[in-house]
Design a protein around this ligand. Sequence first.
Ligand code: N2P
Length: 379
Amino acid sequence: MKTWKPGLLLGTLALAVLAGCGKKEEAAGAAAQAGPADAGVLHVYNWSDYIAEDTVPNFEKESGVKVTYGVFDSNEVLEAKLLAGSSGFDVVVPSLQFLGRQIQAGVFQPLDKARLKNYAGLDPELMKRIAVQDPGNEYGIPYLWGTTGIGYNVDKLTAAFGGTDIAASWDLVFKPENIAKLKDCGVMMLDTPTELVPIALNYLGEDPNSTDPAVIQKGADLLKTIRPYIQTFHSSQYIDALANGSACLVVGWSGDILQARDRAAEAGNGVEVAYSIPKEGTPLFVDMLAIPKDAKNLDNAYAFIDYLLRPEVAAANSNYVSYPNPVPASLPSVDQAIREDPTIYPPPEVAAKLFTLAIIPPEVDRIYTRLWTELKTGR
Ligand code: N2P
């Protein structure tokens, strides 16, 4: 077993700054609570496919709290609910760069860390990097993190290219002559401009976080050249699509693609799925637990967040969803196959290529939204 050194992984990133990180299911019944505070309930809104099966039931059992657990697959969807106010949620999980601007919009309450006895177990190096967008770590607690990369069907890729080496580069996705070869076996892409445009810009050698409209346009233009080969833009359906063989190439999130690999293996359907972090670099995202200002069930929110930070709970989540967690003491309980998988815990030379996503100013957000609509509708 390897010894985990706090900060070892993220400390190796050649990043000067952690500067500035999808829609499907709706939260079930997360209406604002009219009753007394902490009436034995908790409303959680988290990413889909992002928690072990028994994490919430075990919390309910030990706390007696009834959890209403809703899921989303898009920062944009979560943000719209938070900005509208009275979301009814007690704990939400935006990616860091979205948390950053939501803090600026006054959406969250500062955390009382004295109520989180497991706070000290968070990776200090990661917390330092998070503080670039959440100054003083005042509002957010990291939940899980990961990368955005390429998921593929090993047999289909081999049939088209004589092997899978091509998946080591974004050339597979961004060179029309490559992606065209996979058109008929199903290409899917995350439905989020805030990751796809930066990935395209980084591939072009531009600053992925550029706010210059002319530079952003270059990324959009590149995406337009491959638009004819993309069947579906969606940020969660690709897990099943890869697993059942109806998609052969996906730009998606690391743990989701590895879950697709596991689902195919469990189904025994002969589909082999793999994940690649392309060598040109890709985003590293951190998803953050935060408490909205108008949350009604504060005691339960703190109890739930603290529970998620327990090493054994964090390890169980990582084991189930194949995303790393920010609790170094969990590592001995993380399955060896996950701990030692370089596509989950990237080694230093891979980590050095990862980049973080900046907080997007409103005027840039408008450009992204317009370009994305144009891309999807093929205008
Ligand atoms: C879980 C996706 C979480 C990663 N399905 C996106 N930040």
